[in-house]
Design a protein around this ligand. Structure first.
Ligand code: FAD
Length: 305
């Protein structure tokens, strides 16, 4: 494959021929936009009048399209489409014991309600992460699951966990300007770990969420005592967030009705919104953080029984 370059009056579009060439170009043009499915950037340029003078098209670079099964989970190159992501995870759910694929099932649940088939066929998993939208449907799942992200630049490679530090602000990440997202690892679940994702939107199909979440609980071996809990929400702040205080307070407690009651009070304190918060529906959104946890509580209770 050879490098392709188109130079217009306003935009320089480059399709690099290899990963080293992409990293070289990102170092040379740190403000350049990587565009894969163009389902975010296209909207920004056409409807929001944003102009990106340098566009890098990495969709054909093999390293960005890998699907690799590892000891801990499955690694997806950042340019893998959502359709491919869904197909591979569906195979995983079919072939592996169900207690190992709780996160895969949650991603599939979100993908089911994510846009329409045409968008999913071209939109990349990396595009969803890097847009850092506060209402992304996948980021709360990846954050609650503690997915590992591999970042690359000409200077080297680093692996970071997707946590609340990864999103630095509204549509901003902690990545450096010369870095690109290479891949994401979606982990298997272990015995005693349960995971769910929920999305509430005005319309069930193809609609932007009001509140969306990923919820992860790990129990001490053969008990229903909480060892670790991660609750991640979209739609409650300028970034995807973790309900850290609520989770910390519930570690060491048994999964019971008292825990559920306390979680509801803690979430009501922690997941607040200013009355003027963009998006409106403030009371409804706050209530949703609680009712979605209640759904998780019942789902886990059912699996424990
Ligand atoms: P692009 O537009 O190509 O890129 C998006 C951003 O990611 C850009 O800033 C780009 O520079 C950056 N980027 C891409 N790859 C990399 C990389 N490897 N390294 C660094 N930066 C990178 N989103 C939801 O969460 N839920 C929905 O239900 C939903 N429905 C939608 C419906 C419609 C009709 C449309 C148009 C969009 C919808 N979206 C939805 C948003 C969008 O489809 C997703 O965010 C999608 O995953 C973006 O992927 P893309 O490849 O099209 O991104």
């Amino acid at each position: 494959q050879r490098q392709l370059r188109f130079k217009g009056e306003r935009v320089l579009w480059i399709q690099p021929s290899s990963l080293p060439e992409l990293l070289e170009l990102k170092g040379q043009y740190p403000t350049a936009k990587l565009v894969v499915g163009n389902t975010e950037v296209g909207i920004e340029m056409k409807f929001k009048n944003l102009l990106y003078p340098v566009i890098l098209a990495p969709a054909l670079i093999p390293e960005l399209n890998i699907v690799q099964h590892t000891e801990n989970g499955i690694v997806f190159g950042a340019a893998c489409t959502l359709t491919l992501l869904g197909d591979v995870l569906r195979d995983g759910v079919r072939d592996l014991p169900s207690n190992q694929t709780e996160i895969f099932q949650a991603v599939l649940e979100q993908l089911h309600w994510f846009a329409g088939q045409q968008i999913r066929n071209v939109a990349a998993v990396g595009g969803n992460i890097m847009t850092a939208s506060p209402i992304s449907d996948l980021n709360p799942v990846f954050m609650a699951a503690g997915c590992k992200l591999t970042l690359l630049s000409k200077g080297g490679k680093r692996v970071v966990e997707m946590d609340d530090k990864f999103f630095a602000g509204y549509r901003r990440t902690a990545m450096k300007p010369d870095e690109i997202l290479l891949s994401i690892e979606i982990p298997y679940t272990r015995k005693g770990q349960y995971f769910s994702a929920f999305k509430q939107s005005p319309r069930r199909e193809d609609d932007i969420a009001i509140v969306t979440c990923g919820m992860n609980v790990v129990f001490e071996e053969d008990t229903n005592t909480v060892k670790d809990l991660r609750l991640s929400y979209g739609g409650m702040a300028p970034t995807t967030v973790l309900a850290k205080n609520t989770s910390n307070q519930l570690i060491g407690r048994t999964w019971s009705e008292e825990l559920m009651q306390e979680a509801c009070s803690l979430l009501a304190e922690e997941m607040t919104l200013d009355p003027s918060a963009p998006g409106g529906l403030v009371l409804y959104r706050c209530t949703l953080t609680i009712s979605l946890f209640f759904k998780f509580y019942l789902t886990v209770q059912h699996k424990l029984a």
